[in-house]
Design a protein around this ligand. Structure first.
Ligand code: GLO
Ligand code: MG
Length: 346
């Protein structure tokens, strides 16, 4: 592994969230986009990821010409700051048309809204200079399973993906699977599902995925395996590192906050597969704790990056020879302790 390789880091405007949860209001004043861009630069990140309406606020009230004009202005700004737009994602979970889901809604008009809005997202991505549209299928699922046909939903998802692939010959779709929340049960809950449905589309090569650590954990999987699996197909095009304590609400904790060993293994998998060597960014989809004061607005992002870099050093200095010898002797007890003591630094 070339030691000179430099990982590049990314976050989205939503990662400076003001602290609201289902039981209480915000605890910090939501900063402006300008402040967030300055802050991203100040902490030395290289790229920003966008929802369509992060790039162009109040997007539904604007004509396509206006949307593209504003996207061009943003692109100029980003260029001026030396910040790359990593991806754009249609935010299909706020609008009234998406209450029953986007592409899998039972209402035809609402499905069309989701498709049109995503096509517009692709146009924004093109202006911002990225070929990645992330699709987090937030409301593509059900509260009660009888409300939708799973088979029909798969057909609708493929129809939508095909429409996007036809809309722009260069766009790559990066599906971000998550098994639940906000839905009770979501469609395409794992990386395996995302890569399998890719095969049903008109151009499987342009349908890949984004792994979010917490989403893998919520599916009861080790995100490390999700990384190795996706990268065996050459389809890990982006990454949302974070952490999660067990099977509960999506916590978006700082990377490594809950389970350092699982974080170490994710970094090892990224290193052995060469993540980032084709220009991919390491994004942290993390949120400040609700208790965080504005003095520490970006600590969760800086800490996640620091932990990541410490774990890169740990992955590179791991005694592979000793590990191989334990493996050859089937001494997994010894291997276990080797990992623990390596992480403890003793
Ligand atoms: C929520 C998701 C969300 C997406 C983002 C990009 O659980 O992780 O943060 O990553 O909206 O589509
Ligand atoms: Mg995410």
């Amino acid at each position: 592994m070339a030691k000179a390789f430099k990982y590049r880091f990314c976050a989205g405007p939503w990662n400076w969230s003001p602290g609201q949860d289902p039981y209480g209001p915000t605890t910090r004043v939501d900063p402006s986009f300008d402040w967030k861009l300055d802050e991203l630069k100040r902490i030395g990140f290289d790229a920003m990821m966008f929802h369509d309406d992060d790039a162009v606020p109040n997007i539904d009230s604007k004509t396509s010409a206006q949307v593209l004009k504003e996207a061009k202005e943003l692109k100029k700004r980003l260029d001026g700051e030396g910040i790359v737009a990593e991806m754009v994602a249609p935010r299909l979970w706020f609008a009234p048309q998406t209450i029953d889901g986007g592409f899998t809604s039972n209402n035809k008009k609402d499905r069309q809204y989701a498709i049109d809005r995503s096509k517009q997202t692709i146009d924004i991505a093109r202006v911002l200079g990225t070929d990645i549209m992330v699709i987090w299928l937030a409301r593509e699922g059900t509260y009660i399973r009888e409300s939708k046909s799973g088979k029909r939903s798969m057909e609708l998802l493929v129809e939508a993906f095909d429409a996007f692939l036809a809309h722009d010959k260069k766009i790559r779709l990066a599906i971000e699977p998550k098994p639940n929340e906000p839905m009770d049960v979501a469609y395409l809950p794992t990386i395996g599902h995302a890569l399998a449905i890719a095969q049903l589309t008109r151009d499987p090569k342009r349908v890949g995925c984004v792994i979010e650590s917490a989403h893998g954990l919520l599916a009861g999987l080790d995100p490390t395996d999700e990384i190795d699996f996706a990268m065996s197909f050459g389809k890990l095009w982006s990454l949302h590192l974070n952490d999660q304590n067990g099977l509960k609400f999506d916590q978006d904790k700082p990377f490594g906050s809950n389970n350092l060993r699982v974080a170490f293994n994710q970094v090892r998998a990224l290193e052995r597969n060469g993540y980032g060597r084709n220009g991919e960014f390491v994004c942290f989809d993390v949120h400040p704790f609700r208790t965080t004061t504005p003095d520490h607005w970006s600590a969760h992002l800086e800490n996640s990056r620091n932990t990541f870099m410490h774990l890169v050093a740990k992955a590179r200095s791991f005694d592979e020879k000793q590990a191989a010898s334990f493996i050859a002797q089937r001494d997994y007890q010894g291997l276990d302790q080797l990992v623990i003591e390596h992480l403890l630094g003793v």
